[in-house]
Design a binder for this molecule. Structure first.
Ligand code: SF4
Ligand code: SF4
Length: 94
């Protein structure tokens, strides 16, 4: 995993063009079938090498919508994020 978008997403589209690696798809392309935007964990690099923090979360107007998730298929991850932050799915932007 990487960062994830939860079901508070309002499908506003503010995040998708901010992603430097095109890891985000809209509700029509969400592979889970949920009517919300989706982050492909095997593409998301948590913006390492691109931005100081995940650009999707900075752009998102919905508080707590984009959160940390466990490290998994993500090709890059932020070393300064704790296991607790990931396990608790804490918001990327407080
Ligand atoms: S954290 Fe960065 S790389 Fe990952 S989905 Fe958000 S914008 Fe894309
Ligand atoms: S910016 Fe936030 S609310 Fe808007 S589509 Fe992306 S995740 Fe959903």
């Amino acid at each position: 995993m990487s960062v994830i978008i939860n079901d508070t997403c309002i499908n506003c589209g503010a995040c998708i063009d901010e992603c430097p690696v095109e890891a985000i798809v809209d509700e029509d392309d969400n592979p889970t079938g949920e009517e919300i935007y989706y982050v492909y964990a095997d593409k998301c690099v948590e913006c390492v090498g691109h931005h100081d923090e995940p650009a999707c979360a900075t752009a998102c107007p919905t508080e707590g919508c984009i959160t940390w998730d466990a490290i998994g298929d993500s090709p890059e991850h932020r070393e300064d994020i704790t296991e607790e932050q990931r396990a608790n799915k804490e918001p990327v932007v407080e």
